[in-house]
Design a protein around this ligand. Structure first.
Ligand code: MF3
Ligand code: CO
Length: 250
């Protein structure tokens, strides 16, 4: 069942999402060769708590950290630790915060220092694919109009969309109906309605789309070892179209 959020609920969701965005802004400034992913995690957790919110991921199905940090061939759900960032890597940072009982969820992938043209292409295409998907979050459109917009843009640009993980509705729970695949034909699934809130999150690989879960039972990696990027926004289906609740100001 897909919940439509009331005006009161949306106030909490806006605030949770704003906190997620400001956490991304904070971490973005910290990303440089030599910093550990644990330092990023701890700064994020402190910032979220200082804003009267809680990290959504901590303890979720036993997840042991407050954010996910996934480097290069790691796709999603990388656990922060003592690993230091190196020049030329890319790092996906996924953050969730709960405020007043409601969640916001967003991911960005950043270059560390100077990265190759190929990696920059991966980042730009994944980010634009997310934007194309978001543009379909309009009342009256069908859910998989989002999926098709993402897949077609990614594949037209020579990259591959991960199949095993999908976007999701979000609200009182971090994961609500509907599931939002990043691939498939348009024109299927539920009709989008004003008041739905969707976490749209393409994961895009430079090589093939196949992934597996590493022995830590969390980190998802590409099978071919080639890099992957992940961008995610929490988006309200507004009366006239999408409103990105986790938008980051540059
Ligand atoms: N943004 C991720 C998602 O949408 C976060 C889940 S990570 C977990 O599924 F650690 F919380 F599981
Ligand atoms: Co998500």
């Amino acid at each position: 069942m897909i919940f439509l959020k009331s005006k009161r609920e949306l106030e909490y969701m806006r605030e949770a999402s704003r906190i997620v965005a400001s956490t991304h802004a904070l971490l973005r400034k910290m990303i440089e060769p030599g910093i550990t992913t644990k330092e990023l995690n701890d700064a994020a957790e402190k910032h979220i708590r200082e804003n009267q919110a809680e990290p959504s991921f901590l303890g979720y199905h036993g997840y042991p950290a407050s954010i996910c940090t996934s480097i290069d061939e790691e796709v999603v759900h990388g656990i922060p630790g003592n690993r230091t960032l190196k020049n030329g890597e890319i790092i996906s940072i996924d953050i969730g915060a709960m405020y007043g009982g409601y969640h916001g969820d967003s991911a960005w992938t950043w270059p560390v220092g100077e990265v190759s043209e190929e990696l920059l292409h991966l980042l730009l295409v994944t980010r634009e694919a997310l934007n194309r998907g978001i543009a379909q979050a309009v009342p009256g459109h069908r859910l998989t109009d989002i999926s098709y917009a993402i897949q077609s843009y990614v594949e037209d640009n020579g990259l591959a969309v991960v199949r095993d993980y999908v976007g999701h509705g979000i609200g009182r729970n971090m994961h609500e109906d509907p599931q939002i695949p990043n691939f498939g034909p348009s024109g299927h699934g539920p009709i989008l309605k004003e008041g739905m809130v969707l976490a749209i999150e393409p994961m895009v690989n430079l090589g093939t789309y196949d992934v597996y879960t590493a022995s830590d039972e969390w980190t998802v990696k590409t099978k071919d070892g080639r890099p992957s990027a992940h961008f995610e926004h929490t988006v309200l289906v507004g009366p006239e179209g999408p409103e990105i609740l986790t938008a980051l100001e540059f």
